[in-house]
Each structure stands twice: as structure tokens, then as C-alpha cells.
Design a protein around this ligand. Structure first.
Ligand code: 3HC
Length: 291
């Protein structure tokens, strides 16, 4: 079965990007949100991103049919409309209980051969797969922010995922313009298992006064060729998101030193300094740009 019709649940930071790249890959997409304001905001983000990509293509003398891509995306407030989708990707709030309820519902309403995927950054795929009642047709599909520009997708398999489902998920990732890698259902999969402890370690280094925050960022940008240093990247991802991931792991794996929560991170979140989205984190931001 080829994946032609894709349902995306959640049109926020990740969901709008997933809906967009799936449509860019030629799929018909229905994106579901809880209320009209969230849906409108997500669709507006898609329009802005498509306009930017058109502008870039024009500069390079290439064609990019933004109207055709946009024409393949439809928003809805009724999750039931996703019942005939070949693939349903969940990109809602990072709350395991809410995700479990959602997948239990989808398990009853979606067509029998549909594939289910979660874009979770830190929860066990196997728990959601079990709740859906169809663990053999369930994968993690972990995209990266900003979805439109980042070239990777992690395809996470559990020990119950059917091999054919893994192959179809990889093919879908490629159709979205991404390079898929396959990995097991372990905390943080590949990228976040390495990235989040790295960000936390950078904060511990700054807490000890070993180097300043800007110097640590410059060091990693120029010393390793990373596009952003660890603090700029934490601001970009969100301090609350980073803290939330670490808190979940720290609870599940209390003996793992790499998952200990830096004081600096907990304090900033308490002060409401969540990074780019609040205009203040480790740095000050104006819109998408660091001041
Ligand atoms: N759609 C279309 N175009 C976009 C866009 C989007 N969503 N976002 C940015 N752009 C455009 C910008 O408008 C800009 O256009 P311009 O050249 O005309 O001004 C162009 O892309 C380049 O963007 P920027 O000028 O902001 O700067 P950069 O060249 O630094 O590129 C970046 C931005 C790609 C984000 C780069 O800084 C980068 O790769 N940063 C690291 C990001 C990263 O590591 N992401 C992973 C985070 S971890 C994660 O997501 C996992 C989760 O589970 C926590």
C-alpha cells in the first residue's frame, strides 16, 4: 500500500511543518486541530513558509508550485475525518496520557490498514502502540525543527512493528524530502539521546563558570561546525521543552547522570524565559532572530 492520504493531528510548531512537507511530497493532507484559532495559526505558518520557499526558488531560477502544495492541505476540527487516511501522524502536546487516549480513539476509528505514527521527542513508542490496539502498524516518525529545512527523519521501530510498515514509513520520509534513519525505541532515539544531554552539559559548564554562555556557543560553532551553539539551540527548541524531556527521563532513569537537570535551566523556566518563543531565554530574541 502506498501512502497517498496523510492525516496530521496537531498544527503547531511540528505539526504544521509535517503537514507541509507531506503535501510537498505529493500527498493529500488533512490536518486536525482542537480549535479554529490554533488551526488558523498553523495554516498561516504554512502559507508564510511556502511564500518563503517560492521566493528562494525564484532567486535560484527554479519553480516551486506553492499553490499546488497548499491545495493539497485541508484543515479540520473533526478528527473523525482522518478515518480513511493511509498514515496518521500525531504531533500534539507532549503529554503521554493525552496521546494514549488519542491513539485508543484512532485505533477504533481509522481504517484497518492505516499506519499510525507519533512525532514524540521523548515518550516510549511501544506504550502508544499498545494503546492503539495495532502495535504492528505503529512507528515513531520524529522530525526536526524547523521541519521544512531539517533533512532528517528518525523512523523508530518497536519489537512489534511490522517490517513492511518500517519500509513504508521510510519511503514516506523520503517523499517528504528527508533522509530517514531507523532506530530502536530507546529514550530520545538517536538525536535527542545525544543532543539533550549535550545541551544540559553545556549548562552545567556555564553554571560552574568554566566559560561564558556566548563563548561556549562560539566554541561549538567554530570548533565543531555546528550551525548553532548549545544555548542558542536550546532557545530555539524551547527551554520548557528541553526541561520537560529531561524531567521525564530523570523520573524514568533516576541513576542516569546524563539526565540530571541543570539548575540554570530549571531557574530560567521558572522565570518564564522559555527562549525564542517568549523573546527571552539565554539570549534575547525578536521574532526568529537573535538580538
Ligand atoms: N520555512 C521556510 N523557510 C524558512 C523556515 C521555514 N520554516 N525557517 C527559516 N526559513 C528561511 C529563513 O527565512 C531564511 O531565509 P533568508 O535567507 O531569505 O533570510 C533561511 O531559511 C535561513 O534561515 P536563517 O536566516 O534563520 O538562518 P540559518 O541559515 O542559520 O538557518 C537553521 C536556520 C536551518 C534553523 C539553522 O540555524 C540550523 O540548522 N540550526 C540548527 C537547528 C537544529 O539543530 N534543529 C534541531 C533541533 S532538535 C529537534 O528539533 C528535536 C526536538 O525533538 C527537540
Amino acid at each position: 500500500m502506498a501512502i497517498r492520504k496523510v492525516g496530521v493531528i496537531g498544527c503547531g510548531l511540528m505539526g504544521h511543518g509535517i503537514a507541509q512537507v507531506a503535501a510537498q511530497g505529493g500527498c493529500e493532507v488533512i490536518v486536525a486541530e482542537e480549535n479554529q484559532a490554533f488551526l488558523d495559526k498553523g495554516l498561516e505558518r504554512i502559507d508564510k513558509s511556502l511564500a518563503k520557499l517560492s521566493e528562494k526558488a525564484k532567486e535560484k531560477g527554479q519553480t516551486f508550485d506553492a499553490a499546488a502544495v497548499r491545495g493539497r492541505i485541508r484543515g479540520t476540527l473533526a478528527k473523525g475525518e482522518l478515518s480513511d487516511c493511509d498514515l496518521i501522524v500525531e504531533a500534539i502536546v507532549e503529554n503521554l496520557d493525552v496521546k494514549l487516549v488519542l491513539f485508543a480513539e484512532l485505533g477504533k476509528s481509522a481504517k484497518r490498514e492505516a499506519i499510525f505514527a507519533s512525532n514524540t521527542s521523548s515518550f516510549p513508542i511501544a506504550e502508544m502502540a499498545a494503546a492503539s490496539g495495532r502495535p504492528d502498524r505503529f512507528v515513531g516518525l520524529h522530525f526536526f525543527n524547523p521541519v521544512q529545512l531539517m533533512k532528517l527523519v528518525e523512523v523508530v521501530r518497536t519489537d512489534k512493528t511490522n517490517e513492511d510498515v518500517v519500509a513504508q514509513a521510510r519511503a514516506f520520509g523520503e517523499a517528504c524530502g528527508k533522509t530517514p534513519i531507523t532506530c530502536k525505541d530507546t529514550p530520545g532515539f538517536v538525536v535527542n539521546r545525544l543532543l539533550v544531554p549535550y545541551m544540559a552539559e553545556a549548562m552545567k559548564l556555564a553554571e560552574r563558570g568554566d566559560a561564558s554562555i556566548p563563548d561556549i556557543d562560539v566554541a561549538m560553532k567554530l570548533g565543531c561546525g555546528y550551525p548553532m551553539g548549545p544555548f542558542e539551540l536550546t532557545d530555539y527548541v524551547g527551554l520548557d521543552t528541553t526541561l520537560f524531556i529531561l524531567q521525564g527521563w530523570a523520573r524514568r532513569y533516576p541513576d542516569e547522570a546524563a539526565f540530571r537537570i541543570p539548575k540554570l535551566l530549571a531557574e530560567k523556566v521558572k522565570e518564564g524565559k522559555l527562549g525564542r518563543k517568549t523573546g527571552q531565554g539565554f539570549y534575547t530574541w525578536q521574532g526568529d532572530k537573535r538580538v
